[in-house]
Design a binder for this molecule. Structure first.
Ligand SMILES: Nc1ncnc2c1ncn2[C@@H]1O[C@H](COP(=O)(O)OP(=O)(O)OP(=O)(O)O)[C@@H](O)[C@H]1O
Ligand SMILES: CC(=O)C(=O)O
Length: 351
């Protein structure tokens, strides 16, 4: 069973890396959306030098929508406040027109917003901030804050219903692929993998650069949209594994649907040899506590029985207060349940 721990601001120093690896993870994930190449390279060198058996996953940002880096300030918004979302191209113009600071530029082109006018909701920060759409005009989306919070550049946003069919790999992803290959990543993971064509484009981009670097990484796709779920069979056929990225699936599909989506994906892939990784909110309570909840352990036990091949810790290790305890708890609970599930059999059977 794979235990993947994400490196972030709280666990990127050597001592913290030692702790999570000794805690029991066999994969370290580096999210290329954050951090800079020099720091990442140092982390990779440290892991390679000290932990030969630990594998490295580099995660491409893909077509993730974020608050644009051109946002001028950090500000707080509260229930009932009106905000305007716009493309980067229209930011200056909407600032002048609306004369309010509640303008949130997104890292997408104007046409991408206009391709769909049926938006009802916009979410931010894995769905923890929520906005009701009031109006879609030619250069902004006017919305009312339902659940507020802090708005700052680079926060993840979700516009469920946005039409992604014509979106292709970004320049950043192409650049990040070369970086991942030059650092001999064991796995490259493509976020927002939604369509068969995107998998083909991803593979082509990797194999085009691979000649220069040699080592062939495994390629995984992160499923975080309705389209990704609908196309799961075709996506999985093209790649070595998939990650059920529950953080973004919440705003994209609705919180109550997560267990159903999880079940559907695991059932669809159960007789394949593909990696099936469950990510995010595996042990969320341990961001602030040293003990897991009964519900978290119940979910881990049931996921093991269902035949997944790994767990990916995200916020629990990147920003949580107890990253090494989280990894230790996950590792110990997996060992404990696997011993029981394997009694009488050699391996955990997929249901
Ligand atoms: N290297 C880093 N530097 C700064 N912040 C980071 C870094 N890595 C992670 N974070 C922060 O931790 C949060 C959780 O990161 P993680 O990679 O686990 O989840 P994610 O949902 O894939 O992140 P994101 O949606 O931002 O790509 C991020 O949203 C970001 O705020
Ligand atoms: C890991 C990730 O990207 C998510 O859960 O959304």
């Amino acid at each position: 069973m794979n235990i993947i721990a994400t490196i972030g601001p709280r666990n990127c120093k050597p001592y913290a890396i030692d702790q999570i690896i000794k805690g029991g993870c066999n994969f370290v994930r580096i999210n290329l959306s954050h951090g800079n190449y020099d720091d990442i390279e140092n982390t990779v060198l440290y892991i390679r030098k000290n932990y030969k058996d630990v594998k490295i996953i580099m995660d491409l940002q893909g077509n993730k929508i974020r608050v644009s880096k051109c946002l001028k300030d950090v500000f707080k918004i509260t229930l009932g406040e009106i905000v305007y979302f716009c493309s980067e191209d229209d930011y200056e113009c909407v600032l002048k027109e609306k004369r309010t600071s509640n303008i949130i530029p997104l890292n997408i082109k104007k046409q991408m917003i206009l391709d769909n006018k049926g938006y009802k909701k916009i979410y931010m920060k894995d769905g923890t901030m929520e906005f009701d759409v009031l109006e879609v005009s030619k250069n902004y989306i006017k919305a009312m804050t339902k659940i507020g919070g802090i708005v700052r550049a680079e926060k993840g946003c979700n516009l469920p219903g946005i039409n992604r069919t014509s979106w292709s790999m970004t320049k950043k992803d192409i650049h990040d692929i070369s970086f991942a290959l030059s650092n001999e990543a064991d796995v490259i993971c493509y976020s927002y993998c939604s369509y068969y064509n995107q998998c083909v484009e991803f593979k082509e981009a990797v194999f085009k650069s691979i000649k220069q670097f040699g080592k062939i990484p495994k390629l995984w796709g992160k499923i975080e949209t309705k389209e990704g779920i609908e196309n799961i069979r075709q996506i999985a056929n093209e790649l070595d594994g998939i990650v059920i990225a529950r953080g973004d699936l919440v705003p994209e599909t609705g919180l109550f649907n997560i267990p159903l989506i999880q079940e559907k994906i695991i059932y669809t892939l159960k007789n394949t040899k593909k990696e099936i990784i469950v990510a995010t909110s595996v042990l969320s309570s341990m961001k602030y506590s040293v003990r897991p909840t009964i519900s978290e352990l119940t979910a881990i036990y049931n996921l093991l029985k269902s035949g997944i091949t790994g767990f990916m810790l995200t916020g629990e290790t990147t920003v949580g207060k107890n990253s090494s305890e989280v990894v230790k708890t996950l590792s110990a609970s997996i060992k404990y349940y696997e011993r029981i599930l394997n009694k009488g059999t050699k391996k955990t059977k997929r249901l």
